[in-house]
Ligand binder design. Structure first.
Ligand code: NDP
Length: 277
């Protein structure tokens, strides 16, 4: 185990808790590889793991945490409720906890709003109850649009701690980020590396060169300085270290502005759309 896990900053959540700003995502990590991949991530210093019932690798995440020797409160664990109509959140979270081998997660998210099914509000009420029962410390959502957030906040008065959304240098989600800021919701970015192809924008390559870092490191640093939570994924140990090694340099205001100008708006979206998922 890494004797000196880097001191990743924490982001304060609206429920009084906090989350490590830089974590490790395990989407598309093969279940059979997950124990090795997550063990490597913990060894190089990650203390925040982002999984989901839909990734089918919660068992491997749980095994790696159990075998790490780390205390439960040293690792922040997020998992997600599919909201696909097959089961309700109370049953799904208990199944996830069973697979993870944990008695609570740190953050439980509704993975997609799935407007065509129309269950988001009912399941958000279920998450509020699960938090009361202590099965999850914090509750939040993922891929929620402004209308979805308005609905759950308006009907329950409970504001999600986090909205985890596609967000990268070519797709910057300005409207949602502004909504989050106004409502005290933390923005968590999926596809922080664009899902693999970061961006070949000349401004990014130039900024990376100027700091002696890779484009991946430059965009992760940009996200951290914007205040976003990031959860890059890699199967490769050297890239895990690279993506964690973004705390020792600082981008200037002009560099932040140049990276923000790479935004392609809706044309930059690379993942599934919440309207139709
Ligand atoms: P990322 O943006 O993290 O990109 C991961 C890809 O980039 C992999 O192909 C990886 O390849 C490659 N990569 C990793 N590090 C580097 C590097 N330093 N330089 C170049 N390439 C690199 O995409 P993800 O889809 O994994 O998103 C991150 C996390 O967000 C997920 O793992 C998941 O936890 C979450 N997520 C949530 C979603 C949601 O709906 N809520 C949807 C999608 C993701 P390799 O492994 O070979 O290194």
């Amino acid at each position: 185990m890494a004797p000196n896990a880097p001191s990743v900053p924490s982001i304060a959540l609206n429920d009084g808790t906090s989350i490590p700003q830089l974590g490790f995502g395990v989407f598309r990590v093969d279940p059979a590889d997950t124990p090795r991949v997550v063990s490597d991530a913990l060894e190089v210093g990650y203390r925040h793991i982002d999984t989901a019932a839909g990734y089918r690798n919660e068992e491997g995440v749980g095994r790696a945490i159990a075998e790490s020797g780390l205390a439960r409160d040293e690792v922040f664990v997020t998992t997600k409720f599919p909201n696909d109509g097959t089961k309700h959140a109370p049953e799904a979270l208990r199944e996830s906890l069973d697979k993870l081998g944990l008695d609570r997660v740190d953050l439980y998210l509704i993975h997609w709003p799935r407007p065509r099914l129309g269950h988001a509000l009912e399941e958000w009420q279920n998450l509020i109850e699960l938090q009361r029962e202590g099965l999850t410390t914090s509750i939040g959502v993922s891929n929620f649009r402004v209308a979805d957030l308005d609905l759950v906040i308006g009907e329950t008065g409970a504001t999600p701690a986090v909205n985890q959304i596609e967000l990268h240098v070519e797709f910057q989600q300005r409207e949602l980020r502004e909504y989050h800021r106004a409502h005290g919701i933390a923005t968590e970015s999926w596809f922080p590396l664009g899902g693999g192809e970061v961006s070949s924008a000349p401004a990014l390559l130039e900024i990376a060169r100027a700091h002696g870092v890779t484009p991946a490191q430059a965009v992760l640093r940009w996200q951290l300085q914007l205040g976003n939570i990031v959860i890059p994924k890699s199967n490769r140990r050297e890239r895990m270290s690279e993506n964690l090694d973004v705390l020792g340099f600082q981008l200037g205001d002009d560099e932040l502005a140049a990276l923000s100008a790479i935004d392609l708006g809706e044309d930059g979206r690379r993942g599934s759309h919440p309207d139709t998922m």
